[in-house]
Write a protein that binds this ligand. Sequence first.
Ligand code: NAD
Ligand code: ZN
Ligand code: ZN
Length: 393
Amino acid sequence: MRAVVWHGKGDVRVENVPDPRIEAPGDAIVKVTATAICGSDLHLLDGYVPWPAMQPGDILGHEFMGEVVETGAGVTRLKKGDRVVVPFVIACGQCFFCRKSLWSLCDATNRDREKLEALIGHAGAGLFGYSHLYGHYQGGQAEYVRVPHADHGPIRIGRGDLRDDQVLFLSDILPTGWMAAENAGIEPGDTVAVWGCGPVGQMTIRSCWTQGAGRVIAIDRVPERLAMARAHGKAETIDFMAEDVYGRLQEMTQGRGPDRCIDAVGAEAHGLGTVDAVVDKAKALVGLGSDRPHALRQAIQCCRKGGTVSVPGVYIGVLDKFPMGAAFGKGLTIRGGQTHVQRYLRPLLDRIERGEIDPSFVITHRCVLDAAPDAYLTFRDKTDGCIKVFLTP
Ligand SMILES: NC(=O)c1ccc[n+]([C@@H]2O[C@H](COP(=O)([O-])OP(=O)(O)OC[C@H]3O[C@@H](n4cnc5c(N)ncnc54)[C@H](O)[C@@H]3O)[C@@H](O)[C@H]2O)c1
Ligand SMILES: [Zn+2]
Ligand SMILES: [Zn+2]
């Protein structure tokens, strides 16, 4: 089959690879009908998760859907022919964490747990297409995927009116935006500031309104992403290249600061020549640092006293110059983590079915799987107005 394969920093290729097969009774094989490229894939492309955590030949992709073509003997909920969206989190459904609905912290699915434990103390769940720290599962930017624990992830989608592009983002960015807003603990009428107007930021903005925000302020520097935040997200916007974010946010909130601040940027923030951002970049270039947390620092600095900082943006290692003094001094609550996708599938599919949200608005580019290497670069470099790439094998 054809699949998008990682070969090194900045090097992804589409290649012929062996078809996946059933390896355990709980597996299903899904024939992919639609997949997408995520901001998290860029961390792999850009070498933020370097060798040996990524190895040449790894198949990328964790946002995908398709048709079940085969099931293992132990699968009871799915059958051949079902149309499914597959969450990027692989979870067993039975461990301590799954029973608490903390799906992305599943204790049973990460086949690389010792390596991740050595890095962060305890290992999270296995993830599709996401390195030899998260279980080295092959990803969904491919014609077929092996889906382990198939009874505890994929959600069945009817053959009715919904198109693939309307439901695909249940696999990741829609639940991620929803959980980002939930983690922010929005109280009715709150002012929420969202850093990053990529696909995750866009889903977050929409979720903030649904969860009761009175005002949403979105921050980025890419004109078409800011425009989408205004047009689809009904957000006010700040271009961080043109304005001082701290000063502007204080001015907009009468000096109090936004009640809730959400970092939908993650480890590859840009920083307009500020000292912290220049040092982050230099350290990342020579391999002394794994993250560039400028947006997170700024969110903590801007947030009102007693407010919440929610972090859907992915961080990888030990952060430099983390402003713990500000977080402590202002009594902030900080929450984040990989999305517990399984928890949100049903309620968010219900919202899509009721027509309350159509996440396909975020798609700017549609192409075939073979065009993925170019699409990765277009998405990474934000050229050609690219915000989200929808791929069909
Ligand atoms: N928690 C999860 O489970 C989960 C799931 C999906 C994605 N993510 C993460 O969410 C983040 C965003 O994903 P995406 O697909 O939207 O990625 P993206 O790269 O398309 O978007 C990031 C945006 O942040 C903007 N940005 C950069 N520096 C900034 C700054 N200093 N201030 C404001 N904006 C800034 C960029 O211009 C870009 O538009 C990534 O870190 C990704 O890994 C997390
Ligand atoms: Zn993702
Ligand atoms: Zn589990």
